[in-house]
Every structure is written in C-alpha cells, then in structure tokens.
Write a protein that binds this ligand. Structure first.
Ligand SMILES: Cc1cc2nc3c(=O)[nH]c(=O)nc-3n(C[C@H](O)[C@H](O)[C@H](O)COP(=O)(O)OP(=O)(O)OC[C@H]3O[C@@H](n4cnc5c(N)ncnc54)[C@H](O)[C@@H]3O)c2cc1C
Length: 498
C-alpha cells in the first residue's frame, strides 16, 4: 500500500499533482523535489475551462486569494487568423454542436457565409467583451465557460503557497539518479548534494527531461512528427499600452512557417511564434516575428520542444504528469488541461484501489492518457491540414503531408453527412475539453467541403438570424476584461460560495 509519494519537479504539473493528491488523500505523505537551479519552463499561459474548474471546484482553492495573487485574466476562446475565411472564432461554448429546436438542422449547416456569433461566447468575442452584464447590479455575470490567461511564473508561485498550506513538504535539490527495486519500480532518487529520498510512489513532473519515466524506466517515446511538424518557438512580447484593449481570447495567427500566439495578460502582451526548424532557421523566424510585431522586444528567446508522448504514462510505481509524459505544441493550450484531467483520474484510481493500484487499473489509466494525447494530436493535425491562408512551402507541406489518418472515419462521415454532432460517436476520448465541438469548429471554420448540403428556406434564415441577433444584443451590453476586473476587485465583491 502506498504511504509516501515523491513528486520530482516543482513546475505547474508537479505542484498541481502534489496538491491534488494531498488534498484528496490527506493520509499520504507528499514531498516535492524543487530545483532552484533548473527552474521552470516559464511558458504555458493559456488554459481551457477545465483548469479553473480544477482549481476552484475540485481543489477548493479560494477564488478571492487566487485572483489576488496569480492575477489571471479570462479567456473565452481562440481567434484563428486562419483558413479560407481569413479568420474565425472558436469559443468555449456550444457554437456548432448545437441545434435550435425551431430549426431543422444543427448550426453548422447555416454557417456557409458567416460563422460568427452563433452562441454567446463567440458573440462576446466578436465585440471584445468577456461576460454578459448582470441584470440587477453593474457586475459581470462570470460564466463557467471561461479559461485563463495566466503568467506561468506567477501560477507556479501561487501553487507552491497552496501546496505548502495543504501540507506538502519541499526539498531543494537536483536529482542526479534513481535506484530501481527488485520488482522493477523506483525505490529512491538521489540528489546531487548526496541526499537519498525514498518513497513508494513517484510522480515524474520533471518537464521535458523526463528524469524517471524516460531516463530511469527507459519507457519508449512515440513522436508525433508525422502529424505535427513544429518544434520550436520564439517567445517575446511587450508591455501593454493604456490604449491596447485586453482581448478575452488567445489569437492564433498563421505565419510563414508555423503560427503565432497572442496571449493577453493585464499588463503584458505575450507573443510567440511556433515554427518548424526544418522550414525556417531560428534567425529567420526571429526576423519574421520582429517584423510582424514591431512592439516586441528584440531577440526573443527560442524554446525547443518535441511533440509526442511516452508509450505508457504509468509504469510500475512511476507516473509522469505534465511535459515529462507527453507534450503537443500549444495551438489549443492543452497541457494544463491534460495535467488537470490526469490528476483527477490518478486520484480516483488510487482511491478506488485502496492505495494498492492493480495492473489492470494501471493499464486502463495508460489507455485513457494515450487516447487523450492521440486525439489532441489529430485535432491539431486537422488545424494544419485545412489551413489554406498562406501558400508558403511550409503550408503546402502541411496540406499535403500532415498525417491525420487516425481520424479518417470521422472525416469521411463529415464529408458525407456534414456538420452534425452524430460524429461524436467516432471519437475515442472523452477526457478533453474539445470533443466533437472542436472538430466541427475546425471543419466549418476552415470551410471543409461536405456533400448533403442543406439550402435554408427564407423562413429558416430569418429564425437563424433572429437567434444571432439576440446573442449580439446580449453581447453588446456585456462587459470587457478591464471593466470586469475592476468589479471583481472591489472590496464588496463576493465569489459564489465564498
Ligand atoms: C512554447 C510553449 C508554449 C506553451 N504554452 C502553453 C499554454 O498556452 N498552455 C498550456 O497549458 N501549456 C503550455 N505549454 C506547456 C507548459 O510548459 C506546461 O503546461 C506547464 O508549464 C507544465 O510544465 P511542467 O511542470 O511539466 O514542466 P516545467 O515547468 O519544465 O517543470 C519541470 C520541473 O522539474 C524540475 N526538474 C527537472 N529536472 C529536475 C531534476 N533533475 N532535479 C530536480 N528538479 C528537476 C524543474 O526545475 C521544474 O521545476 C507550453 C509549452 C511551450 C514549450
């Protein structure tokens, strides 16, 4: 039976895992090894809605304290500068996997010419607003369908405070090796200063180094390089000017050899160019980035990464969480989403097995994690395959060679039947925030052709436009990020349940 847990790594993944385990299974002793020398990756600033839900509903962290210390701003979707429309929005609502009762077809069938404002989040995005306004008081109606833009370093600082407050212990040092026991698992890790730390369960949250799963256990790595060709990012940005509005969404903009994010912090605009090193050199990528972002500080740092996952995330008594177990480029800001869902599943499985995990439970966990990563790989691959905005060699290669054969049945179904939510039954994984909604937004947003088209009658068109107008009016009266921040910072503001 597990009694002691050692978490290697004090980045966001390690801290979220430590807090989740300690909070939900308080009888376990949980220690985190933190290396001030190596530090954290320092990127990873956009989230999906499951992230605030994990913090506030699952871990019961005080919203008031978290907002004070971490200073997140809200993100309600992604604006894609992408595809034949030139631009479309992907909001965290139900814009396309949805049908009005007074219309015969789901929303996607009415979006040939215009796919904006089909639900409240996208209507808000179109107007630079983040939440509807409450009816009785001048305050935002903070909806559950938001994620965050949050600075990685601030997040890590706050998570460390929370971890300490729930009883997680910290040891400073750099792990230099691990001892394997007779049954195959790890029995202890060794620090450079000579300390040996024993435990009976290990979380590898050492980031791309994957010290335990990759190095000590030698688990095979499965690269996603047939589907995702980008492997580097130039990271930069600028201090926000008073005249620059804080957009309630991440922007993903097509670039010559990849794409650029714009992440909106309150006082800083974080920009980064994710590119393929086989298609452009670091210097040329930096030059393109600086040319298209004249406000960005010169000489942004280049971060290298690889997209892929380890064959199994849980081997014997080692579970990898975060970048140590798998990573895909941040086109949909998926890493923290996967971290949260992995933490919840792991806690459930540990509790269910009375802290003596069975081989079949481990196998199921590994299958679930693998399915999540593989489905996200294919979802991101679809973004590349369909983007016709630029005709550079990189984008021609993406359209021709991106391997999305694993979702062949889904695409065939769409091609025959159009943008209907029935295609959800062809997805493998349910443990991510995108689901069929994300696939439909990518297909319709990029005008992927399908047969069996529906020609709306004038009466249907009038009903459809009526719904969009209602969202537009509500959104027009909504609040933007600055106004909403000012409200939730008033001393009299009370978060629901606190
Ligand atoms: C360009 C880029 C953009 C990204 N954008 C997003 C995004 O928008 N949204 C998102 O969710 N994710 C994003 N990510 C992923 C993001 O990095 C992760 O979500 C998140 O930071 C989790 O990181 P981690 O804790 O696994 O790794 P890290 O932050 O790297 O933490 C690893 C920890 O392990 C420690 N460590 C490593 N080796 C040792 C050792 N030998 N001894 C002791 N300690 C050790 C390090 O000191 C560190 O504390 C992005 C990643 C990249 C590369």
């Amino acid at each position: 039976m597990i009694k002691n847990v050692l978490v290697l790594g004090a980045g966001s993944a390690g801290l979220l895992a430590a807090i989740s385990i300690k909070r939900k299974i308080p009888q376990l002793a949980v220690r985190v090894v933190r290396s001030p020398d190596i530090g954290v990756i320092g990127v990873g600033e956009g989230t999906t809605p499951n992230f605030p839900r994990h913090l506030f509903d699952y871990l019961n962290i005080s919203k008031r304290r978290f907002y004070e210390l971490a200073q997140p701003v809200w993100k309600i979707g992604i604006r894609f500068i992408w595809g034949p429309r030139g631009r479309f929005d992907y909001g965290f609502g139900h814009q396309l996997d949805s049908r009005w009762v007074d219309l015969p077809r789901p929303n996607g069938f009415y979006c040939d010419d215009d796919c904006t404002g089909t639900d409240l989040p996208t209507a808000l995005m179109a107007r630079g607003k983040v939440f509807p306004r409450q009816a009785q008081v001048p305050a935002p109606d903070v909806q559950g369908w938001h994620g965050f833009h949050i600075e990685n370093r601030k997040l890590v600082e706050v998570l460390e405070l929370v971890a300490r407050s729930v009883g997680v212990d910290f040891v400073d040092g750099k792990v230099s090796g691990a001892t394997r026991g007779g049954e195959g698992g790890v029995t202890a890790v060794h620090l450079e200063d000579g300390q040996t730390l024993a435990a009976d369960f290990f979380i590898d949250a050492s980031g791309f180094r994957s010290e335990l799963l990759g190095k000590a256990m030698g688990e095979p790595y499965l690269p996603f390089d047939k589907t995702l060709f980008c492997d580097r990012a130039v990271v930069g940005g600028w201090d926000r000017g008073p005249d620059e509005p804080i957009m309630p969404y991440t922007t993903a903009e097509t670039m010559d050899a990849g794409w650029a994010w714009q992440i909106e912090h309150e006082h800083f605009v974080n920009r980064g160019y994710v590119f393929c090193s086989g298609a452009i050199s670091d210097d040329d990528a930096r030059a393109e980035f600086e040319r298209k972002n004249p406000k960005a500080a010169k000489g942004g740092r280049v971060v290298k990464f690889r997209s892929g996952r380890y064959q199994r995330a849980w081997v014997d008594n080692v579970v990898a969480i975060g970048n140590s177990g798998g990573f895909v480029e941040p086109l949909e800001a998926t890493s923290l989403m996967v971290v949260c869902s992995q933490c919840e599943t792991l806690v459930d499985f540990l509790l269910h097995t009375g802290l003596s995990p069975t081989p079949t439970m481990r196998r199921l966990y590994n299958e679930l994690v693998a399915d999540v990563w593989d489905e996200i790989r294919d979802f991101l691959g679809l973004h590349y395959k369909l983007n016709t905005l630029l005709d550079t060699p990189f984008w021609r290669q993406c359209r021709a060679e991106t391997d999305i054969s694993a979702i062949g049945r889904l695409l065939e179904f769409y091609e025959e039947n159009g943008p209907t939510g029935f295609s959800r039954h062809l997805l493998r994984s349910t443990a991510n925030n995108f689901g069929i909604e994300g696939f439909l937004v990518m297909l319709v947003g990029n005008k992927a052709p399908y047969r069996g088209r529906h020609t709306a009658t004038d009466a249907e068109r009038a009903v459809w436009e009526g719904h969009r107008r209602a969202f537009a009016e509500q959104a027009q009266n909504g609040m933007d990020v600055r106004e909403s921040l000012a409200c939730v910072r008033r001393p009299e503001w009370r978060w629901f349940g606190e």
